[in-house]
Design a protein around this ligand. Structure first.
Ligand code: MGD
Ligand code: MGD
Ligand code: MO
Length: 767
């Protein structure tokens, strides 16, 4: 484990050097340089990294180190052939790290798990489809199967999948969104009648202030730094709320700027940087509103105003109750919970008030808490007070995770489908889809554990590693009769097979997808509701890999036959799938034609047009008291400060459960992922020192011991009482029942933990 403070800006030469390193590691250097140049270009593929948007300009190639890692990782020339599976049993593979598993290369052949040998063996595609069909058709009820989706699936794959699953008869669609931005969708639907962000990329060109909450774009949305950089050069102010000082939000050297690269210059991005306690953002925003409300009332005495009363009167409901709630919230609670002083909160309110156009963005630091829905509502409340929605340069912007997680929802990957979607499916296909809500990710695990659900099918992702309570999730998978994973790389989920299990190797975003000799494109939707096409360019050794739509069509055909929908015909040309999307999903009329426009087409956003599809057709202020703290100051004092609130986050060298390497460069940490970041004073208060090994135990109100051992302490610039460690290594600490109100999203950013000196010097690690 090496700790060395990183003094550079984000971006710059270091990120070029890192890209080069990853290019070489892919063993496909020359090809991948070409591949990178085709990322996010017309006629190229959409970056399989994040869901940030693309500017529709001529020189569109935006350099992004982590996008390059994603491309290199997928476009490796290494192949994981049946010989590998003949050598290693599943039990042996469980002892390997996540890095090792994926680093073996691309899955190339369909494989069937045999319990007798504890090994995966080759199986033909036809036999694999027949086996799945047999299991599905033998279930007593279609609701006994779970159909998981990770957010890389294309619109075409997602549409086909949901159509098949609904025709089969269930809404059991657990998906990665359940662990991610669920709170944003729920809260925004309540508040403004649309679960999506209201801004477009162009709005960032006009904002006077951009407030960034709980997000680390330098690592997770690197192209956002270009947008922020541009905004700052224009004179916009960036205000950041992040429990950690993230380098990417502090300073940026643009690798595409000759000046920055030659002279080593960089731009200071954030002008006001606040480090609230984990889960303290709702209190911080409540405090800002309290300051602004007071100013509003004082101004009103002199006939002036601060809030946008015209907007409020015409467009909103619920103001009085909300302001009463704000008044009833004491400053003592606001400052204790946020960890910010009244002065700091006032300075944030100053920038907000003095900016004509404000965008608020956020990600997992806001959505993975118990009170995430309330927090997103509070962000919306603030914007509504000032009419900062539905005008140029202003609005709400949940920055999505997976590159097509937003599109998957639009296509109907939703365990709680709207009546409108179900009616559209009925109209288009002539069958009545199941009306009852299905399982989300947590409920899927519960159902598998109980033995109620017997089949798990995963369209991408790494369910076992991404979900909380690792031991419980593994057991749930193992109890199934059949588990099926459609995947590009070997991962931990494949190592917890049901009684029978299949790994089905698929093409990735970068690969050329030929159907009937014709290259196919797919489509995706970014965080700004732009739908555009993506076409693979890598001509690689695909062996037995098939495209996701082709695999799904094979499963559907074997399970349901082709009497009413000719599944296999649909995948001969994906235009045919798009014609069905056109018929079923609002906003996609003439989809095939509109995709020809460079940059694709915009789906629009009702709230941005001040059409509020809420219960009373108004934008709604929601009012709730501040939540209880996960760990209060008095509880800490009682335990001699041994308890903390832990967030689990991503390093610079990973994509969710995919680990690219061990260098968390911007945080200055490298070599080991089993670390815990703590405040220096906290470390000495518990009688330990930086570098010491500790065991971490979760505090959750049941009998189960949830513990990870032998983590190394790293002294870090983090507010007292808060801790940070990497995901997925710390997922065993999150109880399955420890999830957000209304969302069922695991509270991955607020886990109460206790830290003690490690009992055993070096345990055997399994991940
Ligand atoms: N390279 C790369 N890109 C990715 C991903 C990846 O793993 N690697 N993952 C993709 C996915 S699926 C997603 S969802 C996104 C994730 O993107 P992020 O949300 O940026 O991901 P995290 O690493 O979870 O970072 C959370 C950030 O919020 C801060 N934070 C945590 N809790 C709080 C809090 O309570 N309050 C405040 N104010 N700050 C807090 C943390 O310090 C950290 O900076 O990125 C997507 N893009
Ligand atoms: N503790 C904690 N837990 C978390 C989070 C956290 O912050 N903390 N974050 C949560 C969030 S935001 C998310 S989105 C989830 C992520 O959960 P998932 O989406 O399930 O996980 P990933 O790690 O993105 O999945 C990686 C796997 O996807 C497969 N794959 C990659 N590309 C493709 C493709 O093109 N097609 C197919 N079929 N397969 C492909 C590969 O086999 C790879 O091993 O994790 C959640 N879990
Ligand atoms: Mo995510």
């Amino acid at each position: 484990m090496t700790v060395k403070k990183y003094t550079g800006a984000a971006g710059g030469w270091d990120s070029l050097a890192s890209t080069a390193k990853h290019l070489f590691h892919s063993e496909n250097v020359a090809k991948n340089i070409l591949n990178l140049m085709k990322t996010n270009q017309d006629h190229g593929f959409d970056c399989p990294g994040c869901a940030w948007g693309e500017e529709t300009k001529k020189d569109r190639f935006k350099f992004c180190e982590n996008g390059a890692k994603a491309v290199n990782w997928e476009a490796t020339s290494r192949r994981l052939s049946p010989a590998f599976f003949a050598e290693f049993s599943v039990s042996a593979l469980r002892k390997q790290t996540d890095y090792f598993l994926e680093d073996q290369g691309r899955l190339s052949d369909p494989m069937l798990y045999k319990a007798e040998t504890d090994k995966y063996e080759p199986i033909s595609w036809d036999d694999a489809f027949t086996l799945i069909a047999k299991h599905l058709n033998e279930l007593e009820s279609p609701n006994q199967a779970e159909f998981y989706t990770s957010g890389r699936a294309s619109n075409e794959a997602a549409f086909l999948y949901q159509l098949f699953v609904r025709k089969f008869g269930t809404n059991n669609f657990p998906d990665c969104s359940n662990m991610c931005h669920e709170a944003s969708g729920i809260a925004l639907k309540q508040a403004i009648g649309s679960g999506k962000g209201t801004v477009t990329l162009d709005d960032f060109e006009h904002a006077d202030a951009i407030f960034v909450f709980g997000q680390n774009p330098g690592t997770n949305h690197p192209r956002m730094l270009h947008t922020l950089n541009h905004a700052v050069h224009r004179g916009a102010k960036i205000v950041t709320f992040n429990t950690l000082k993230e380098r990417g939000l502090e300073r940026f050297a643009n690798p595409q700027s000759p000046v920055d690269m030659v002279f080593g210059s960089s731009t200071k991005l954030t002008s006001l940087y606040f480090t609230p306690n984990l889960g303290g953002d709702m209190a911080a925003v409540r405090g800002m509103v309290k300051v602004l409300l007071k100013r509003h009332e004082q101004a009103a005495d002199s006939g002036d105003r601060v809030f946008n009363l015209k907007f409020i009167e015409k467009q909103t409901s619920g103001l009085t109750a909300y302001l009463a709630e704000v008044k009833a919230t004491p400053w003592s609670l606001i400052t204790e919970q946020s960890g910010l002083s009244k002065k700091e909160i006032k300075s944030a309110a100053d920038v907000y008030q003095n900016s004509k156009r404000v965008i608020i963005t956020w990600a997992m630091g806001i959505t993975q808490h118990k009170h995430s829905v309330a927090t997103v509502n509070e962000l919306a409340n603030l914007q509504l007070l000032f009419g900062q929605i539905g005008k140029k340069g202003a609005g709400l912007c949940p920055v999505r995770g997976h590159s097509n997680v937003q599109g998957d929802r639009t296509m109907g990957i939703d365990e709680k489908p709207s009546q409108a979607l179900l009616d559209n499916i009925e109209r288009a296909f002539g069958f009545t889809p199941p009306q009852a809500h299905g399982h989300n990710a947590v409920q899927a695990v519960e159902a598998m554990l109980r033995g109620d659900s017997k089949v798990f099918i995963g369209l991408g992702g790494n369910f076992v590693a991404a979900m909380p309570d690792s031991e419980v999730t593994r057991q749930a998978m193992s109890r199934c009769d059949l588990t099926v994973n459609i995947a590009t790389k070997l991962n931990r989920t494949h190592l917890y097979p049901g009684k029978s299990a299949l790994i089905l190797p698929c093409l990735g975003r970068t690969d050329i997808d030929l159907q009937q000799g014709k290259p196919q494109k797919i489509t995706v939707e970014d965080s700004f509701s732009m739908v555009h096409s993506s076409q693979g360019v890598v001509k690689s050794d695909i062996r037995q890999m098939r495209s996701e739509p082709a695999i799904l069509a094979g499963i559907a055909q074997a399970t349901l036959g082709s009497s009413s929908i000719d599944w296999l015909d649909l995948v001969t040309d994906y235009d045919k799938i798009r014609d069905l999307i056109d018929k079923t999903i609002p906003g996609f009329t003439d989809m095939n034609k509109r995709l020809q426009t460079p940059g694709g087409f915009y789906l629009g956003n009702s709230a941005a047009e001040h059409k509020w599809n809420t219960s009373d057709q108004k934008a709604q202020f929601h009012h709730v008291p501040l939540p209880e703290s996960v760990v209060s100051a008095s509880q800490r004092a009682l335990t001699n400060n041994k308890i903390f609130v832990l967030q689990t986050l991503r390093s610079h060298d990973q994509y969710n459960t995919t680990i690219y390497g061990f260098n968390d460069r911007y945080r200055g940490l490298s070599g080991d992922r089993h670390i815990i970041m703590l405040n220096e004073n906290d470390i000495s208060a518990i009688g330990l020192a930086s570098g010491d090994k500790v065991d971490i135990e979760a505090l959750w109100g049941d009998e189960v011991i949830r513990k990870v051992t032998n983590f190394t302490i790293v002294a870090y610039d983090i507010p007292a009482g808060n801790a940070a460690a990497y995901y997925p290594e710390t997922n065993p600490l999150v109880a399955l029942a420890n999830h957000g109100d209304f969302t069922f999203t695991p509270n991955s950013k607020s886990i109460a933990i206790m830290i003690t000196a490690a009992k055993k010097p070096s345990p055997e690690r399994i991940m």
